[in-house]
Design a protein around this ligand. Sequence first.
Ligand code: FEO
Length: 168
Amino acid sequence: MNKSIEALLNDQIKYEANASMHYLAMASWADENGYNGVSEFFYKQSEEERLHMTKLVKFVNERSGKVIVPGLEKPKDDFGSLNELFEDFLRSEMFVTEQINHVIFECLDKKDYNVHNFMQWYVTEQLEEEAVARTLLDKLNIIGDDKSGHYMFDRDINTIATDVEVEE
Ligand code: FEO
């Protein structure tokens, strides 16, 4: 495997691991603050990011590359509001998308169509995750500071997220 692509894939492993820990901290904050639906959503997101990380680890090994398992970074674990939580979520997903685009660019530059093909799964996944994050943040922006709106958002979040995923 080309060394620059291997390095980028190892960076991607780290970003997915960081996203997993970030969402675990979000799930825990929501749990602590009584938002059970939001917490369930982020526990699930955290698991998904871990799967994204593992999928990359297995792929690099299959291609006889060298995996570097990253150390844990302490994620932000205090959020001022549900809005802040979901703004962070969208920002995090946009960052991951940018990094994936970077890997794709390098694959084309180095003519590694095998890795390019593998990365298409991540491109599709990011489209979906950004759409979910944007939809949820849009809903929160409509709700504003209304507490009963937050109550309903927490009750419905997992249905809203699944509906966005199905529409994709
Ligand atoms: Fe795997 Fe949503 O980044």
